[in-house]
Design a protein around this ligand. Structure first.
Ligand SMILES: Cc1cc2nc3c(=O)[nH]c(=O)nc-3n(C[C@H](O)[C@H](O)[C@H](O)COP(=O)(O)O)c2cc1C
Length: 477
């Protein structure tokens, strides 16, 4: 018997979001309940309270300080930029993932990769001290490019773009490029550093970079002078590097990337090795996978092989989207597959993804499958309250729907933050305003006049248009 996981919850909501991870297709799909026979019997409120009392697996909290609750905001190409992440965090989200960034886009400097450019690097630089902890997600076809892109992400452009490309294509820094000077850095700080290596073990630098060490040295000196003020440690750019082996985006020049690697396990393993070797050991690497490429036994075996290899290499966790790559974003995800995976690998950390549409799905998925945390994807677009509601449920309280005042605040914050992300670009206001239409339409789902708001949001082209919709439908106080 196949039973929906949604149980007694709200009816399905239509979803018309463009899936930018597969730019050529509009993978609009109505929310479907996951395949999870028996999940309807779970008492979700009780499960949430128990999960709240238990807390997150201590291994996760140790790996990523601040990741203190068993849910997070997924990577969502075209959506999960710094603005969306900060709004989520302000509503209780403990951890976020950037959208998938192509290694070549990163190496090219973040622009100019036209059709294949899945995400804008500028949107994915961490959005200040509030935008942590954060996983930077990369996707690509060549191990050396992936390794160099990972180094570039964690160093946040400490070298020139050309130097990163040389790392990828020549495997070394350009002759004559000297490392920055090391003046003023204590032996103790220098000893804490790790080698940054390319696939094959070639050392190409250190982590943290010299600049961070100097900042840390300065912070330590300041703290010594003013013992009351806490020393600010050198801030890592990304707390985690996440390798995408899940996106169903088409191959280019017959080269695998994203989820297509699940059909080519040897290549997938090379990518995982290259990235893990390049990234300093103190920065966790994680992998995003689909439950399989398709439903054949051969592909199920490939998944297992890649998953095993990742765990052996020291990948911190795998986030598994319980649809196949062939399914793209359509049809139900199969939570049974997550449950079986967790049972087969009792010591591995597994995060679950797929068909998390509302807050109760988070706890139903954990209770049903045993995953250690839940990736909230389409369920949090225009719905940051899902994170606040999750914390309410973990505290044993019923999840409160967002008031109109809360909705006004979220629409205001999200728009302002988006303007901040694009402020340096020409036409930043127009770009932001048009981009925010899709969020406005999703935010409207929570409003009694959702259809009127949607009609107005479709025409938003300027900040004035946005504020006029906000003032009309979400009046202040
Ligand atoms: C528009 C869109 C963009 C996505 N982009 C990414 C991405 O960049 N990285 C990633 O790991 N997953 C991406 N995903 C997959 C989601 O993170 C998630 O695994 C998937 O949507 C299943 O969860 P859901 O059914 O609850 O939405 C994307 C999904 C959608 C719908």
């Amino acid at each position: 018997m196949t039973t929906g996981a949604r149980g007694v919850c709200e009816p399905k909501r239509p979803n018309n979001q463009r899936v930018s991870c597969e730019a050529a297709n509009n993978n609009a799909t109505p929310p479907s309940p996951a395949i999870a026979p028996g999940a309807e019997l779970i008492d979700v409120r009780q499960a949430a309270a128990e999960i709240g009392a238990r807390g997150i697996d201590p291994r996760i909290a140790r790996l990523v300080p601040g990741f203190d609750a068993p849910f997070f905001q997924a990577g969502l190409a075209g959506y999960s930029d710094a603005a969306m992440r900060i709004v989520a965090r302000r509503h209780g989200c403990p951890f976020c993932v950037t959208e998938a960034l192509l290694d070549r886009t990163l190496l090219a400097g973040g622009r100019g990769f036209d059709k294949a450019d899945l995400g804008d690097l500028h949107d994915n630089i961490p959005g200040g001290p509030e935008d942590h902890p954060l996983a930077g997600q990369i996707m690509g076809s060549e191990p050396a490019e992936m390794a160099a892109a990972a180094i570039k992400m964690i160093e946040q452009k400490a070298r020139t773009d050309k130097q990163y490309r040389l790392l990828a294509y020549r495997g070394a820094l350009a002759p004559g490029v000297n490392p920055p000077d090391t003046e003023g850095i204590s032996e103790q700080l220098r000893a804490m550093r790790e080698h940054v290596r390319l696939p094959g073990g070639q050392q190409v630098g250190f982590w943290p970079p010299e600049k961070d060490l100097r900042d840390a040295g300065l912070a330590a000196a300041l703290a010594a002078e003013q013992p009351e003020s806490p020393a600010s440690p050198a801030q890592a750019s990304f707390e985690v590097i996440d390798v995408n082996l899940a996106c169903p985006v088409k191959k280019i020049e017959r080269k695998a990337r994203g989820g297509h690697w699940l059909a080519e396990p040897l290549g997938a393993i090379k990518i995982l090795e290259a990235v893990r070797e390049a990234v300093p050991a103190n920065i966790p690497c994680a992998v995003k996978m689909r439950r399989s490429f398709d439903d054949t036994p051969e592909m199920a075996a490939n998944f297992e092989r890649i998953f095993d290899a990742a765990m052996r290499m020291g990948y911190a966790w795998a986030t598994v989207h319980a649809r196949t790559v062939k399914q793209k974003y359509m049809g139900p995800s199969r939570w049974e597959a997550l449950r079986d995976l967790v049972r087969r690998h009792p010591n591995a950390i597994v995060f679950g993804s797929g068909d998390v549409w509302e807050v109760s799905d988070i706890f139903r998925m954990i209770a049903y499958t045993g995953v250690h945390a839940v990736s909230v994807a389409r369920g949090c677009i225009g719905n940051p309250w899902i994170f606040r509601q999750a914390r309410e449920m973990m505290a044993g309280r019923p999840p409160a729907p967002p008031t109109i005042a809360e909705q006004r605040a979220a629409l205001t914050e999200h728009f302002r933050l988006s303007l901040a992300v694009t402020h340096r670009f020409r036409h930043g206001e127009e770009t932001t305003s048009k981009m925010m239409r899709k969020f406005g339409i999703k935010f409207a789902q929570h409003h009694p006049r959702r259809d009127d708001i949607k009609r107005r949001m479709i025409g938003v082209s300027s900040a004035a248009d946005w504020w006029s919709v906000v003032d009309e439908f979400y009046p202040a106080g």
